[in-house]
Design a binder for this molecule. Structure first.
Ligand code: 13P
Length: 255
């Protein structure tokens, strides 16, 4: 059985005051939610204090990135053990914004994935194609390259303790959402690719959709067989919208 996961990627947004208000609203609205796992991924500088604010709630904490190294002379980086120590359960790796702006290669993302798991964190591995890839019919090639790099480095069994997020880059922050059919097609491709290495791991693997997911379109996406939750950007900063998405996911439990 796959319990859906709805995770909010706050990206570089928030302030102490705004975070307190958002966390307090979410604790109220999601307090006793069932049938769905929920997480928020705030900017790293706020993780420790949000961990305290979330203690005792059903909302888990995640980071937005981690180093591929455990410790040492890596100025500005944060290791998996540090993130785990301050209360993180999840960490996003390979978000397209970092693949683009920080030039993160698939091999580097794979090393981060391995480092995160060594620290006991659950990586949320982001994959997804650019607009030009989709238009040239290369969506599956791009997603396969990003996925295979991690399957090869970590082994398929590692995906027993990981989550994948399919985030078409052209749908992120643009208001354009993949249609449920477009998303389901790629989600099924991802699951089949993992299944070709181990069908049992693939059957239990949570594959989230990300890219302009909102209260209005969540139910249509979440109704599909291979969509097991969402990685939410903009709408995760709005307590009512994020709660509505989590509620939509909670109504669907895949047997
Ligand atoms: P938006 O929901 O703002 O499109 O962002 C999606 C995303 O990148 C989540 O990681």
């Amino acid at each position: 059985m796959r319990t859906p996961l709805v995770a909010g990627n706050w990206k570089m947004n928030g302030s102490r005051e705004a975070n307190r208000a958002l966390v307090s609203a979410l604790k109220g609205s999601l307090g006793d939610i069932q049938g769905v796992d929920v997480a928020v991924c705030p900017p790293a500088v706020y993780l420790a204090e949000i961990a305290t604010d979330l203690s005792g709630s059903v909302i888990a904490l995640g980071a937005q990135d981690c180093s591929d190294q455990e410790k040492g002379a890596y100025t500005g980086e944060l290791s998996g053990p540090m993130l785990a120590e301050v209360g993180c359960r999840y960490v996003i790796v390979g978000h397209s914004e970092r693949r683009e702006r920080q030039n993160e290669s698939s091999a580097w993302v794979a090393a981060k994935f391995v480092a995160a798991q060594s620290a006991g964190l659950i990586p949320i591995l982001c994959v997804g194609e650019q607009k030009v890839d989709r238009e040239s019919g290369r969506t599956e090639n791009v997603v396969a390259e990003q996925l295979d790099a991690v399957l090869d480095a970590a082994g398929v069994e590692a995906f027993e303790r990981a989550v994948i997020a399919y985030e078409p880059v052209w749908a992120i922050g643009t208001g354009l959402t993949a249609t449920p059919e477009q998303a389901q097609e790629v989600h099924a491709f991802i699951r089949n690719r993992v299944a070709s290495r181990d069908p049992r791991v693939a059957a239990d693997l949570r594959i989230l959709y990300g890219g302009s997911m909102k209260a209005e379109n969540a139910a249509g996406l979440l109704a599909l067989d291979d969509i097991d939750g969402g990685l939410i950007g903009g709408a995760s900063l709005d307590a009512a919208a994020f709660t509505a998405i989590a509620n939509a996911a909670g109504e669907r439990v895949v047997a």
